[in-house]
Design a protein around this ligand. Sequence first.
Ligand code: UD1
Length: 418
Amino acid sequence: MEKIIINGGKSLKGEVIITGAKNAALGILPATVLAKDKFIIENIPDIQDIKNYISILKKMGAKIRKEGNKLRIDTTNIGGYTVEEICEESTKMRASYYLLGALLGRNGEVELPLPGGCDIGARPIDLHIKGFAALGGEIDLKGSIKIKANKLKGANIYMDMVSVGATINVMLASVKAEGLTVIENAAKEPHVVDIANFLNLMGADVKGAGTDVIKVRGVKELHGCEYSVVPDQITAGTYMIAAGVTKGNILVKNIIPKHLESISAKLKEMGIEVIEYDDAIRVIGTDDIKPCNVKTLPYPGFPTDLQQPMGVLMCFANGVSTIRESIFENRFRYVNELQKMGASIQVNANTAVFTGPCKLYAAQINATDLRAGAAMVLAGLAAEGTTQISELKHIDRGYENIEEIFKSLGADIKRVKN
Ligand code: UD1
């Protein structure tokens, strides 16, 4: 078991270069199986979810070579696998479910284990299943997920809720279906657009990604391509908030500032200086943080994946701040950990109330899920004394070199084996 040890209280200064988005890369890797061809994908983050995906695809017969943040993938010989063989990796992350849409599109049938991922709510996949059924899939959910279609046919699919995963999965399943598929009330996240761009480069005909109506006209064949994954707006947002939490001065580089507008707006509202450049944002912290209210929403609203880091910042605001979590019902487990450090937070149903300013003191805390783990690192960076963070497996699923990056910004942080 490993731990991160932080001697907090240092103001962080310097530059961070952001790599590709986890949630885009985790849709692009399965999309490659829609063709029997070769791909070069750049700007792939070096994180555990990606390592697990590579392992699944290799077990399915793909040839994959990793060269730093670049992957060479050959999906020509994807073939037999058993559900048992890929169960361990599939159940460690949510995004394994994208192979449902992708393999259905490739073969007209698929069987996979149920997906895993962070324990932040019930996370049903009914919208994915409804989408596959509308395209002609026959579904069997006994033990595993089995889908078979004699012929995939385009359909009109209205999403009852805005779902990133269901939107991407239906796109994957429909790019080779016969005729037109219209996805209404689609998710508009940057990674939805990135995956649509990737599919179009493979020869697909996807229009409207980034709006709430996506139209997919089926094509017969797809082919390999070269692609570079969009920068990760969630890791970028985490480092922006780190500047606020440590009263530092951090330049976050290689990003698309438009994707971070909801974060920049909230930081500015809190009195934190945010300077936008073409492909970078500088954040300069302040001693006088103003309270604010956040409601998590689908893009372009404030992302649920950044509410936990934002919660840490709210602990230092002069007054009462609130977070209303409207996407996942169980995303406040990190509050207990912050309370151990002295934070004053009350949770009532889907709303957390942060009364500040408070001083955080070092404690032994756990990363309760991926983004909560990042929040714990931010709390440790700001706290007085030596904080120890356990359950790093969650953080490693989504953050590349987190302690090295914070060290380069001046933090006293290290990873130790227990
Ligand atoms: C994705 C992201 C995750 C992010 C989330 C919201 C990946 C791998 N994960 O998760 O980091 O926090 O988007 O931006 O990209 N829902 C249903 N039925 C379904 C599908 C979803 O009721 O079939 C509900 C969910 O429980 C949730 C809401 O819809 O309340 C949104 O979930 P969704 O956008 O699908 O999240 P994920 O794709 O799981």
